[in-house]
Design a protein around this ligand. Structure first.
Ligand code: PMP
Ligand code: GLN
Length: 393
């Protein structure tokens, strides 16, 4: 018999296990079932009108409609540097130490593609935001998970130390942490910084939830001794200003790191959303009240959702930051978060995210389900009313 050659898979084999992002699957399910979507994290209220107007004005007055500078417009780079100084007392040169990206998503991708050689190990705390695994795979790196465990989701520093080998290139950090809402303490970050310095590791620090801290404080790891020169700090306008569709993100780092990441960025997107950059430059200069208001209004919704989800029967892990709550569904006698989330829209008209997709060590997250609370209070109240129908016992 003639052997049929197996057709070569179309998708690069390194990416074969990535599949469709859970956010797309669940958002589509929300639409098709008419469910309240507490899955994908995007607010249902736009950011400040004054900032939306600034973007519209930029378009209409012809600012940014043609390719802006590759590193980002000067006004935005200056505003990003001023923000780092105002909130963290960090000195950043807007000329050489800032790069504007197409959201934090591109910043993560470009940083990993720039800094990771095939076979390099990248340590990340799991559960991790799903683009981390994808981008490490695209860079042909090897991801090395260190698990944050319920109920507190604290980084286990001994486990972290044990994960470092002579092939480790960098630690990919995310605090405030999606999906657990954990905010790493200064002491924890100091220990991580000491390890990075002692082992000569780079750090990519995803700080997109920097202004969404309810308990504790946000400490950029770049502000700790020895870290300025080895950290790529990443943030985004998406969360802080509630414009997730604008895709304006940025990195701050030393000129050499910025040059490396920019080398990749120029061939991914070349430049990012010109008119929106003018608007975000204005947004970053808003008074402190704006930033504290973001956290304050989310903190109230965090409390409401923690209470409501607990009353509905979930085990609730109260987040110190972000706009996500991780819960456990074992009180319902359920053992698979994935099955639970696929049934929930039909059973209760609510969409959530099964956190297991954010783990390599599936065991640790099998029964965890994440709810986003960046929604209007009445929408959250409706979701809780629907979920109360599930009450166990
Ligand atoms: N990192 C984390 C941890 C996130 O939750 C998000 C939000 N999707 C991003 C990065 C991406 O941000 P952006 O929308 O700016 O690309
Ligand atoms: N950061 C958001 C979340 O975790 C949005 C994800 C996305 O749209 N890729 O839900």
């Amino acid at each position: 018999m003639v052997q049929q050659a197996q057709p070569r898979p179309l998708l690069n084999r390194r990416l074969a296990d990535l599949g469709t992002t859970i956010f797309a699957e669940m958002s589509e399910l929300a639409v098709s079932t008419g469910s309240v979507n507490l899955g994908q994290g995007f607010p249902d209220t736009d950011g400040p009108e004054q900032i939306a107007r600034a973007a519209a004005d930029a378009i209409l007055s012809g600012r940014g409609n043609q390719y802006p500078p590759g590193a980002g417009i000067g006004e935005l780079r200056t505003a990003i540097a001023a923000h780092q100084r105002r909130f963290y007392d960090l000195d950043v040169d807007p000329g050489t130490e800032v790069l504007v990206t197409a959201g934090a998503t591109e910043a993560i991708a470009a940083a990993l593609l720039a800094l990771v050689e095939p076979g390099d190990e990248v340590i990340a705390f799991e559960p991790y935001y799903d683009s981390y695994a994808a981008c490490i795979a695209m860079a042909a790196g090897i991801r090395v998970p260190v698990t944050l465990r319920a109920p507190d989701f604290r980084p286990d520093l001994d486990e972290l130390r044990a994960a470092v080998t002579d092939r480790t290139r960098l630690i990919l950090l995310n605090s405030p942490h999606n999906p657990t809402g954990s905010v790493f303490t200064r002491a924890e970050l100091t220990a991580i910084a000491e390890l990075a310095t002692a082992s000569d590791l780079l750090v990519i620090s995803d700080e997109v939830y920097e202004h969404m801290v309810f308990d504790g404080e946000h400490v950029p790891i770049a502000s700790l001794p020895g870290m300025r020169e080895r950290t790529v700090s990443i943030s985004s306008a998406a969360k802080t200003f509630s414009f997730t569709g604008w895709k304006i993100g940025w990195i701050t780092a030393t000129p050499d790191l910025v040059t490396a990441v920019r080398t990749v960025k120029q061939f991914l997107t070349f430049v990012s959303g010109g008119p929106f950059q003018y608007a975000i430059a204005e947004a970053l200069a808003m008074p402190r009240d704006y930033f504290s208001g973001v956290a304050g209004s989310l903190a109230a919704r965090r409390d409401m959702m923690c209470d409501g989800l607990a009353a509905a029967g979930f085990e609730v892990y109260r987040p110190a930051g972000t706009y996500f709550i991780t819960t456990d569904i074992r009180p319902f006698g359920e053992s698979s978060g994935l099955d639970f989330c696929r049934k929930l829209p039909y059973q209760a008209g609510v969409v959530a995210i099964p956190s297991v997709v954010f783990y390599d060590n599936a065991e640790a997250g099998q029964t965890q389900v994440r709810f986003a609370f960046c929604k209007k209070v009445e929408v959250l109240a409706e979701a809780l009313a629907r979920l109360s129908a599930l009450r166990p016992g």
